[in-house]
Design a protein around this ligand. Structure first.
Ligand code: ATP
Ligand code: MG
Length: 275
């Protein structure tokens, strides 16, 4: 009975990162045994300070590590039952995972529609299906429809919307989002997060969201992980993390005080399973 329950649980676990170690340039050890899980249909967030290894974790999943001389040197990344660690980014996009990189990375001297078409490059669908999906993107991001000029002229928030729209064009099962709130005004951050949650719920796209804006990310996620210096130091459901005294003090405080580290907490007990 217990085995059947476990098999059922594994079947629903869309992505599982198992104790991975990542090294750049053959010597720089950045991830020191990171494990996390994303169930199908969930919105999971990965939080942590600058340099913790959040983007590296996403790149280890999407295969983009390879383009930066990075490598998963231990552990595995299981997606729908297959190990995809160190796989080619093109194949991983075709398998259904699309990463929206930090800093947006839209093509500035192309139009909005040309950028969206680029997102569909792995698809063999007909022109009319692709056109219908462009309309779908405009349904979620109506202001993009009004922008007919070059993408370089879009505001920061609109560029972020375009980057997410481009991800939708690949018809992904899962989107990896790297700091969508970066550089946006508080009002736009709120809007972008609400759209992300809507896309998760209405289109059923599973999301793994990296953020420094812990307030917003925790408000919208189902489950969260906190990472420091290449390791996961805490994880829990949205409610568990929002009610955790340490999370409140170190991540949700919002005061001018410098953020302390979980590692310096006496009360903090590192979980054996992450070691
Ligand atoms: N291509 C690379 N080559 C060598 N070192 C790298 C490379 N990319 C990242 N690093 C190093 O790995 C560590 C983790 O970087 P990463 O970009 O994953 O952090 P992050 O948590 O995303 O930080 P931020 O919040 O600032 O985006 C940093 O010390 C960084 O300098
Ligand atoms: Mg980063």
């Amino acid at each position: 009975m217990a085995e059947a329950a476990l098999a059922q649980e594994n079947a629903e676990m869309m992505l599982s990162v198992n104790n991975i170690e990542v090294v750049y340039d053959e010597v720089i050890l950045v991830l020191r045994g990171v494990s996390l899980e994303v169930p199908k249909g969930a919105l999971v967030t990965l939080l942590g300070p600058n340099g913790a290894g959040k983007s590296t974790t996403l790149k280890a999943i999407s295969g983009l590590l390879g383009t930066e001389d990075g490598e998963v040197t231990r552990g595995d990344v299981t997606y729908n039952g297959q190990n995809i660690a160190n796989g080619s980014p093109d194949k991983i996009v075709r398998d259904g995972i699309f990463q929206v990189m930090e800093g947006r990375r839209i093509i500035e001297d192309m139009t909005v529609i040309e950028n969206l078409r680029l997102g569909a490059y792995t698809r063999k669908d007909s022109a009319s299906e692709i056109k219908a999906d462009i309309e779908k993107v405009f349904h979620y991001f109506p202001r993009l429809k009004e922008r007919t000029g070059l993408a370089g002229y879009l505001s920061g928030g609109e560029q972020q919307m375009l980057a997410i729209g481009r991800a939708i064009m690949s018809k992904p099962d899962m989107i990896l989002l790297d700091e969508p709130s970066m550089g946006l005004s508080p009002l736009l951050v709120k809007e972008v997060f609400e759209i992300i949650r809507t896309l998760n719920k209405e289109l059923g796209i599973t999301m793994l969201l990296v953020e420094q804006n812990a307030n917003m990310a925790l408000k919208h996620c189902d489950y969260g992980y906190i990472m420091e210096s290449g390791k996961i130091v805490l994880d829990g459901t949205r409610e568990e993390l929002l009610n955790n005294e340490d999370v409140k003090e170190f991540y949700l405080g919002g005061g001018g005080e410098e953020r302390k580290s979980f590692k310096n907490l006496k009360s903090y007990k590192r979980r054996k399973r992450w070691l």
